[in-house]
Design a protein around this ligand. Structure first.
Ligand SMILES: [Zn+2]
Ligand SMILES: [Zn+2]
Length: 428
């Protein structure tokens, strides 16, 4: 089990939940009923007798307080809350178990002659667990829960608690990474960078496991025809299966998007992300060192719309943010057509033009007004062609601003080395 999978336990009723339920339904014979105990976590109930070792077993009150605090009163494997019991209505029931990683006796779970005694009261050697998880690690699946496995689980849970409690729960957001696995080295987006970028704007990850949308099942580079025949549909299918239902059910209340992929596909992803839903789109910054954290300071991008000549039913929209796009590159992609060429650009197109969150929201406003103006000037039945040279985040945002009921379908082009702009996909 990896450190990232413990959240999954919370999604289905655990065996403990069922046991608790059964015990409440089934009358317990009086002779087998346990004596009432004060609220305190029982110490390693499988291996140690609380009556012999006292209320705190071999751990001691000091270590126990530290362990409870670091775990925020939750099981460090399944994350269930350990105070209160819904079925009986008790708000103060204590369901916590203090469990040793290296057992406190050398013949206990993971115990050994060298360490058992020395680490018995060490908070770093003790986990807070629920009954079910404690049984699993000490008895039912003891072999799978070696010392390093448990240490990773404990560290991951404590790190997550530390990050989470400083922020409101509503700040939680799911990480969505969209990458092309063919060019894995260039496009890898480390989770640590995602988390740092989210924290900088007051968000905290809802899970350590990002939602990963990966291109490249065709095994082709993105200049291959097969790639473009398969990947766009694949992206749509994956999104519908893995993400859409969870957005609709409220499981994903907020999504933080980190994308690094060919521009037409980024626009397609933007189209799939609902415009009304809470989404934050991040961009990769190259300087001074690679990072996804929005830059501080004044907004200098200054996005603007340059309208094309009125009349005609064929509109090209140039997205000149990272680079200027000359008109002849557009007209050579659609020769002999009466094009009206519009342009969304910024004060000085370059690779790091998009730097701040303010840049992003201003860009969004310009894209919205561009779509509306094209419709006003050219009418309903216009053909729209898009030529992007823009950061990934701008491409996603561009697709997001497009509304199926309001706007005309768009043909998206992409720059291919030695071939100029090539039509890649349709947004409709
Ligand atoms: Zn648990
Ligand atoms: Zn123990």
């Amino acid at each position: 089990m990896s450190a990232g999978t413990w959240m999954a336990y919370g999604e289905v009723p655990t065996r403990r939940d069922r046991n608790v339920l059964e015990n409440f339904i089934r009358p317990v014979p009086r002779t087998r009923r346990r004596p009432q105990r004060k609220a305190s976590s029982r110490s390693c109930f499988m291996t140690e007798s609380a009556s012999k070792k006292g209320r705190h077993g071999t751990v001691g009150p000091r270590a126990e307080k530290i362990v409870w605090a670091r775990a925020a009163g939750r099981c460090q494997i399944c994350n269930d809350s350990l105070i209160g019991h819904l079925i009986s209505g008790s708000r103060t029931a204590n369901k916590g178990y203090i469990a040793h990683i290296i057992g406190s006796s050398e013949d206990g779970p993971r115990g050994n002659a060298d360490q058992s005694k020395a680490l018995a009261k060490d908070p770093d050697n003790v986990m807070l667990l629920c009954d079910g998880c404690h049984r699993v690690i000490d008895r039912d699946e003891r072999d799978k829960h070696s010392e390093p496995v448990l240490r990773r689980m404990k560290a991951a849970h404590e790190a997550w608690i530390a990050r989470s409690v400083g922020l409101r729960p509503a700040s939680q957001s799911h990480i969505l990474r969209f990458t092309n696995q063919i060019a894995a080295n260039e496009t890898a987006i480390p989770v640590d960078m995602c988390i740092a970028a989210m924290q900088a704007i007051g968000r905290t990850p809802a899970s350590f496991d990002p939602i990963d949308l990966k291109l490249g099942i065709t095994g082709q580079q993105d200049d291959g025809e097969l790639f473009w025949a398969v990947e766009p549909d694949d992206l749509v299918r994956f999104f519908q299966e893995r993400i859409k239902g969870r957005i609709n059910s409220g499981q994903y209340r907020h999504i933080s998007v980190f994308g690094f992929a060919p521009m037409p596909l980024l626009m397609k992803l933007g189209q799939l992300l609902p415009d009304i839903h809470d989404v934050e789109i991040f961009t990769r910054h190259r300087e001074p060192e690679p990072s996804w954290t929005w830059r501080e300071g004044a907004s200098e991008m200054d996005s603007r719309l340059i309208e094309g000549t009125p009349g005609g039913k064929m509109v090209a929209i140039k997205l000149s943010i990272t680079d200027r796009i000359s008109d002849d590159r557009v007209t050579s992609a659609i020769p002999d057509a009466p094009l009206s060429i519009w342009e969304i650009t910024c004060a000085s197109p370059r690779h790091d033009a998009l730097r701040t969150r303010e840049d992003m929201s201003q860009f969004r406003e310009v894209v919205r007004s561009a779509f509306n103006r094209v419709k006003e000037v050219h009418g309903e039945d216009t053909q729209v062609f898009v030529f992007p040279a823009a950061p990934a985040a701008c491409c996603i945002e561009f697709g997001r601003c497009w509304q199926p009921k309001t706007h005309r379908p768009m043909e998206i082009f992409d720059q291919v080395q030695d071939r100029g702009f090539v039509r890649r996909l349709r947004i409709e």
